[in-house]
Write a protein of this length. Structure first.
Length: 343
């Protein structure tokens, strides 16, 4: 028989206090009209940044947030760090090339003598990390996994930048993103309030396609060809492709599970921005499912997003409820999805 794998608990960490659009407008000398434009076309009202907005000085590292999120997940699951025998982390913004951030977090938690993996990936990295952990739990050689996903994109903020000098397409990059880390405990033993992982979908679809997002490793200071912001997006391509890929992901997962849209109680859609998420949810057309979104308050936190959504799901879901998580990566066009059934 296939070994069941349960998502037992979630913990998340966001740095500092929320940064509003008004605060960004004041910091970068933008007009009231600009602030209204952000509200109207982006739809993200706040985000959390790991740097001091005034000076650009780092205040939190990915490891700092990861340690906090992991401890919260372990506490919520009633799991001691010593019970963890597998760690996997997905991120596009590790603190250093070496040591891997997942290993730094393990050290801080007192976890040792375990298998630990770090995946370099964009917005699907959280699902990819869950998939790796689940596959290893299915072998029967592990019983408890700590899975993390998160990103710190504020390391690319340049506090001296004149946003007025940038076209709107580049201004968007400074508005969409926020920082955060999420963690979950997976186990082969069921517990009250846990969710059974029914299926994980992952599919690379980027053959021959121009990347929708590029992040320069060294940031703006390390590459003379990068002007101002090191995160570059083809926003129009993302706007066109992500809803289509999200629908394809949903259709494939429903077909695999032999579920219908009407069987879904909760939908956790891709979290690009407030306005974009609303358009994706409308395109997915699952009217009987309750949507769980967070991006308007947290900003696009990359690999932390599915965990931030799951943290809102678990306390309200009832036994037997079914939930579908969808995440799309535009850097090289990857579909991902997670299907859960509450225990």
């Amino acid at each position: 028989m296939t070994i069941p794998v349960y998502l037992r608990a979630v913990g998340t960490a966001l740095p500092g206090s929320p940064v509003t659009n008004a605060m960004l407008a004041e910091r970068f000398n933008m007009s009231t009209t600009w602030e209204q434009w952000v509200d109207t076309f982006i739809g993200t009202s706040t985000r959390y940044l790991s740097v001091d907005l005034a000076t650009g000085e780092p205040r939190y590292s990915l490891a700092d947030l990861g340690e906090t999120a992991a401890r919260r997940a372990l506490d919520a699951a009633g799991t001691a760090p010593g019970d963890v025998d597998l760690m996997v982390m997905g991120t596009s913004s590790p603190d250093q090339l070496m040591p891997a951030t997942v290993n730094v977090i393990a050290d801080r938690l007192g976890i040792n003598d375990v298998r630990a993996y770090q995946l370099q990936s964009g917005c699907t990295g959280a699902i990819q990390a869950l998939d790796v952990a689940r596959q290893m739990l299915l072998t029967g050689r592990h019983t408890t996994a700590l899975v993390l996903g998160g990103d710190i994109t504020a390391k690319h903020y340049d506090p001296t930048l004149d946003l007025n000098s940038l076209p709107p397409a580049q201004q968007v990059n400074g508005l969409l993103f926020g920082d955060g880390v999420g963690a979950v405990v997976l186990a082969t033993e069921a517990s009250r309030g846990a969710a059974l992982i029914r299926h994980i979908h992952l599919r690379l679809t980027g053959l021959g396609r121009t990347p929708g997002q590029v992040v320069d490793w060294y940031g703006a200071a390390g590459d003379d060809s990068v002007v101002g912001i090191a995160v570059r997006e083809e926003y129009k391509a993302i706007e066109e492709s992500v809803p289509v890929m999200a629908c394809d992901t949903l259709d494939q997962m429903l077909a695999h599970l032999d579920w219908k849209k009407i069987d879904l109680d909760y939908l956790l859609p891709p979290q690009l921005s407030g306005k974009m998420t609303a358009r994706i949810s409308e395109r997915l057309d699952v009217p009987d499912a309750e949507e769980i979104s967070c991006v308007e308050e947290t900003g696009n936190t990359g690999n932390a997003l599915p965990f931030l959504q799951l943290e809102r799901l678990l306390p309200v879901a009832e036994p037997g409820d079914r939930a579908m998580v969808i995440a799309i990566e535009s850097s090289k066009w990857i579909e991902s999805g997670l299907a859960l059934e509450m225990n």
